[in-house]
Design a binder for this molecule. Structure first.
Ligand SMILES: Nc1ncnc2c1ncn2[C@@H]1O[C@H](COP(=O)(O)OP(=O)(O)OP(=O)(O)O)[C@@H](O)[C@H]1O
Ligand SMILES: [Mg+2]
Length: 460
């Protein structure tokens, strides 16, 4: 165990940071390095540190994180160092409570004075908790249903393939976790994971984010900036909400995927970078192609290996595991001692349709953990919308409820669950499952296709 002050260092992928790591390593500090906001959040949920050091290119995408820092690590001092500093950012950082705002490269004097302000240069009280390891890869994804086991085995199979993967699925199903798992399970896991949300960054900015720009390429390009493709060298670029990319950028992306080379905006030098692309979408890309909003050639290029993130209602067996996981997590985070959920709550969870998927369950549990007065989460803690939803256990529908219900949906759901059970009991041997259900094999296969248990092009 260490008695040196523990400093959490968040490094975004800007290239100047490695120098900084070397300098910091020489100090009387224990360094814990994380590469993304999400990783920092997870680490802070499990661990304590004396100070946080954010070494970023600019605050553009870290703004909201700064605000959150005050909640997740209230009494911890933090320092911001930017490789693309601006007065605006300095104001934001200091207003958010940073003890210092530095411009990179940082002189050693400046660095020491910032560390002093943060109270970490001289030895102070030891941390009594050894740092916990952050779960990465498949271990961070909770689920044991057959559909999730298929996802895990697919991730393991393709994590080292260099081909593009397209992660598809409704909102909140864990697409980003799957993308991270693809990165961390493979050899590229040692390199950077560089996420880009194509839906959140306006079109013109997105181009320079991805490709970088040369000094003077446009009015505000005061210095050369590396793009995310360049920063992801040796690692993975995660293109989230890919359907939101403009037609012009779609063309440029196609070329990059084919050639693995490009120019920065305003530049003539050809840049080569060795990165893998994982893309994600919650839209029906085929439909976007048909409607002329998404290039067909790019679609084929991206969709080499599709991975489907299943909606929560199709893997209800995972709900108890997820509940346990989130309750434990929010207990830690909120310093609570909730023992679990009442049986009736679990029944209602299992019967609810979860339009917002795992994210909805996560948010609901967080709210319940905060608001409850008891040790066990009870029906009284459930939000109105869940109580209002038709939540009669499907197996127990014998009498039509007064408010009516949706016959086709209920029957289909019931049918699908029985088919899944039969398949699980027979290790997915279709002949045996069909026998168990007393239907013939082709009927079973048809139904499996309808319920997306196998691909619609699978042969009988
Ligand atoms: N299988 C899982 N195990 C644990 N946590 C999960 C799982 N799936 C999703 N989550 C959690 O649910 C939230 C949503 O997941 P994520 O951001 O990966 O979803 P998404 O599919 O990218 O959603 P969106 O399309 O809305 O961006 C995250 O907080 C994530 O940690
Ligand atoms: Mg997402």
């Amino acid at each position: 165990m260490t008695h040196n002050p523990l400093l959490l260092l968040l490094l975004d992928s800007s290239n100047r940071s490695s120098e900084l790591v070397k300098v910091l390593q020489k100090k009387d500090l224990t360094l814990e390095v994380v590469r993304s906001e999400a990783e920092a959040r997870r680490w802070l949920e499990e661990n304590q540190c004396q100070a946080i050091f954010l070494a970023v290119s600019s605050l553009q995408f870290q703004g909201s994180f700064l605000g959150d820092l005050q909640n997740i690590a209230a009494s911890v001092a933090f320092i911001v160092a930017a490789s693309e500093p601006s007065v605006n950012d300095a104001v934001i950082a200091l207003q958010a409570g940073a003890v210092d705002y530095l411009e990179m490269p940082v002189s050693e004097n400046r660095l020491d004075s910032a560390l002093d302000k943060a109270g970490v240069r001289r030895r102070i009280a030891p941390v009594n908790q050894p740092p916990a390891k952050i779960e990465k890869g498949c271990a961070a994804i909770i689920g044991n249903s057959s559909v999730m086991r298929q996802v895990f085995s697919l991730i393991k199979k393709v994590c080292d393939a260099e081909t593009t993967v397209l992660v598809r699925g409704e909102s909140g199903t864990g697409k980003e976790l799957i993308a991270q798992a693809l990165h961390y399970e493979g050899v590229r896991g040692a390199g950077p994971f560089v996420p880009v949300n194509c839906g959140a960054i306006p079109g013109e900015l997105l181009e320079s984010e991805l490709f970088g720009h040369e000094k003077g390429a446009f009015t505000h390009a005061i210095r050369t900036r590396l793009g995310r493709f360049e920063l992801a060298n040796g690692g993975t670029v995660f293109l989230d909400e890919i359907s939101e990319m403009s037609p012009m950028l779609q063309v440029k992306l196609l070329r990059v995927l084919q050639e693995k080379e490009f120019e920065r905006i305003g530049g003539t030098k050809t840049i080569r970078s060795d990165f893998r692309v994982v893309a994600a979408t919650n839209r029906d890309l085929e439909q976007e192609v048909q409607a002329g909003r998404f290039r067909e050639d790019l679609y084929y290029r991206l969709n080499v290996i599709p991975i489907e993130a299943p909606p929560l209602r199709d893997r209800r067996q995972d709900i108890p595991l997820l509940v346990e996981h989130f309750v434990a997590r929010f207990n830690r985070l909120r310093k609570k001692k909730i023992k679990g959920v009442a049986e009736e709550v679990m029944v209602r969870f299992t019967c609810y349709t979860w339009p917002g998927n795992v994210r909805e369950l996560e948010n609901m549990l967080e709210r319940m953990v905060i608001l409850t007065g008891g040790e066990v989460l009870s029906v009284a803690d459930l939000p109105e919308r869940l109580l209002a939803a038709g939540t009669i256990p499907i197996e127990q529908v014998e009498e039509l409820p007064g408010q009516g219900f949706f016959l086709n949906e209920v029957v289909a759901d019931f049918e699908k669950r029985l088919i899944l059970q039969a398949l699980e009991q027979t290790d997915w041997v279709k002949n045996r499952a069909a026998k168990l259900l007393n239907v013939n094999r082709t009927t079973l296969i048809e139904k499996m296709k309808r319920f997306k248990l196998i691909s619609s092009s699978a042969e009988a």
